[in-house]
Design a protein around this ligand. Sequence first.
Ligand code: PLP
Length: 426
Amino acid sequence: MDIDKIRKDFPILSRRVRGKPLVYLDNAATSQKPRAVIEALSNFYENTNANVHRGIHTLSEEATALYEEARKKVARFVHAPSPESVIFTRNTTESINLVAHAWGRKFINPGDEILLTGMEHHSNLVPWQILAQEKGAVLKFVEVRPDGTLNLEDLDRNAGPRTKLIAVTHVSNAIGTINPIRRFAQVAKSLGALLLVDAAQSVPHIPVDMRVLGCDFLAFSAHKMMGPTGVGVLIAHEEMLEKMSPFLGGGDMIREVWLEKATWNELPYKFEAGTPNFAGVAAFGAALDYLQGLGMDNVRAHEQELIGYALKSLLQIEGITIYGPMDSAQRSGVVSFNLGTIHPHDLGTVLDEDGIAVRAGHHCCQPLMRRLGINGTTRASVYVYNTKEEIDKFAKSLDRARTLFGVCAPSPTDRPAKPSAKKEGR
Ligand code: PLP
């Protein structure tokens, strides 16, 4: 891959921040967009804009064709069972909430168990807490080991005949661990339980084949994979979607409506109530084309090389603690760390002065932070357009911060969380 050529496709990468060339290392929060996606969005509004599925006029037909073509592209991208098994939502959070409502409320009973892990993003934890409270179900957990991998003995110990659902993140947004989903799928299958995979951090960065994963539900967000904001995906087998209750009620999701009752539309429309983000979905189609053109194997290989390089150079910095597996084969393009007693927000501020964008805080993973005995971390996350030179600038800026603050030995837990007005997470 010619990274310099790829970088030219992303207009934002040529801007400067605080007088320095932007080094964007906050890709786990949201990715940057290639010109092809930006143009697809503006082309849609300039030439095609009309509501989908409703009109008999040319614009509406063209808009519907783009919308449905994107659905087929999603299905091909992750080898979904069929285009009809692909539901467009707003984001990963909504996709998971859809399952909690439409499947959970119908099929979870008092005493049933939902097995999660200690490294879930809040969006794959809180919906299950709400459901469990409502239904009298029990949440169980696979805990995280000090090295940032999951303790698979917990999986064997805590999965049992009452387990109805296992919900696990494919890749940790906070520390980058790539989890062994096949192993979870085998356990779920042996128990007749369902498996939901939060793929928000995997589908954008590593090749994902739903058939190989063996999961029942797959959720991810377009904005983390070069697509626009406001588009998410939920994929499930059609037989499962048929059995589930609707999530939201309204236009498009119905077949026939009377004053007192209604019947539901066919799949996938049963789960797409109201006007969808059709312009965003059309542009998401362009993002999928772009990633397909690069090849997800190539994307992963580049990121693995970069993160291996980053781990090596960061380990040279005195006082640094890096979280998550140290083997780049087990880690996505995320490196999460603390530098001595420097608060992650302070570190983020110094990096920003050097034009470097990272994230600082608990990354919407408070239980994981507690487990690691910290309040938060600084997180750098790469994508296919990042370079080794940028990693060098990042390491140099960390060194500057170290000199500025003077790093001493105590761990960050010795320092209480700094009250902050900044919103943390993603
Ligand atoms: N799951 C993981 C692993 C994530 O990293 C994120 C976002 O950072 C989400 C879920 C939620 O994604 P969204 O905010 O797009 O709903």
